[in-house]
Design a binder for this molecule. Structure first.
Ligand SMILES: [Zn+2]
Ligand SMILES: [Zn+2]
Length: 354
């Protein structure tokens, strides 16, 4: 089969690899779409240490069941499916209570980090355990389905922030995840949602997706603008979708007393926090990692239009163009959002509306 192989750091090319066979409990999927994730781009040059070559990356995928292994009886050849990027064991303490993102034996598809190596979906075929599969609704296109992981991450952040409805929210960072959190927060009933970023184009996108106010952090101080917008109270919930010292500090400044700061971004491994502000204003800092069972909700909200993914897809391209798209993403070319690769020869249509 054809696959996009990272043979050494920053060396990505189409290679001919053996088509894998599904083991017991696994299914073989013919990949129809696979999104390039920020984590793939961060792994590409070795920065994250989580894509040690040789590795076929890619974990945001959808496709068609091509073969089933022994005991994998819930799916049939031809079923349209997607899968959780996390391969969880289903048995440990955390899996048993539904926190599959925190599985003791967690692996991620398309990752090699020293502890394990698991081939990903930038290839014509990939094998994954049956238990992480989800059936796709007929009217969800494969390219939209490649957005499900990112949408699930956003919904998870909103869930762990414990939105009950009517909260005011601030999203820091209008990248892919931030713009999806904005929409998930709206779908969850937040009354007013503000979005801040340094990039005017991204802020325009936030505006067109329904943000009640956008704040250009390169021109104004976020905390003072939030004070104006909330009669000096601060917002109920801040979603921090960047993960740098200055944005975490801004998040804490913008939360109301006893408010919540949901920490989603983590570009910097360490930041210092204004401890006394957090303690004396009794702010809750809540980490949010990946997703834990939010895929069905994500499918429903995309299907009903509560979450729009089309404006976030920059391009759907054949697998052969993968190396050049990685280069462009790695070079931080402006205005690129999600790039979805389609490994099918000639990019056949999937019959679903684009
Ligand atoms: Zn991802
Ligand atoms: Zn587990």
């Amino acid at each position: 089969m054809k696959a996009l192989l990272l043979s050494e750091y920053k060396r990505l090319a189409i290679a001919e690899l053996p088509t894998p066979a599904p083991s017991a409990g696994e299914v073989l999927i013919q990949v129809a779409a696979c999104g390039i994730c920020g984590s793939d781009v961060h792994g590409y040059d070795g920065a994250s240490g989580r894509r040690i070559p040789p590795i076929v990356m890619g974990h945001e995928a959808a496709g068609v069941v091509a073969a089933v292994g022994k005991g994998a009886n819930s799916y049939q050849i031809g079923d349209r499916v997607t899968f959780d990027s996390t391969v969880y064991c289903g048995l440990c303490e955390f899996c048993r209570r539904g926190d599959v993102n925190l599985c003791d034996r967690r692996q991620v598809v398309g990752v090699s980090c020293g502890d394990y190596r698991r081939a990903g979906a930038f290839a014509e075929y990939v094998t994954v355990p049956e238990r992480i599969l989800y059936r796709l609704p007929d009217d969800l296109s494969f390219s939209d389905a490649a957005m499900l992981e990112a949408v699930s991450v956003a919904i998870h952040a909103v869930r762990v922030a414990e939105i009950n409805g009517a909260e005011t929210a601030l999203v820091i960072g209008a990248g892919m995840i931030g713009l999806l959190i904005q929409q998930a927060a709206a779908a969850s009933g937040c009354s007013r949602i503000f979005v801040t970023d340094l990039d005017a184009t991204r802020l325009e996108l936030a505006s067109s997706l329904g943000a009640d106010a956008i704040i250009d952090g390169s021109r104004e101080t976020v905390a003072s603008r939030i004070a104006q917008l909330t009669e000096s109270r601060g917002v109920d919930v801040v979603f921090e979708a960047v993960g740098r010292p200055e944005t975490v500090a801004a998040a804490i400044d913008c939360a109301r007393k006893s408010g919540t700061v949901a920490l989603v971004g983590n570009i910097a491994p360490e930041v210092s926090i204004p401890l006394q502000k957090v303690v004396t204003r009794q702010i809750r800092l809540q980490g949010s990692c990946a997703s834990a069972g939010e895929y069905p909700q994500a499918m429903e909200w995309i299907a009903t239009g509560k979450i729009k993914v089309a404006p976030l897809i920059t391009a759907v391209a054949p697998l052969d163009e993968g190396p050049s798209w990685f280069e462009r993403l790695y070079a931080r070319e402006p205005n690129l959002m999600k790039v979805v690769l389609d490994p099918r020869a000639g990019g056949e249509q999937d019959g679903a509306p684009a």
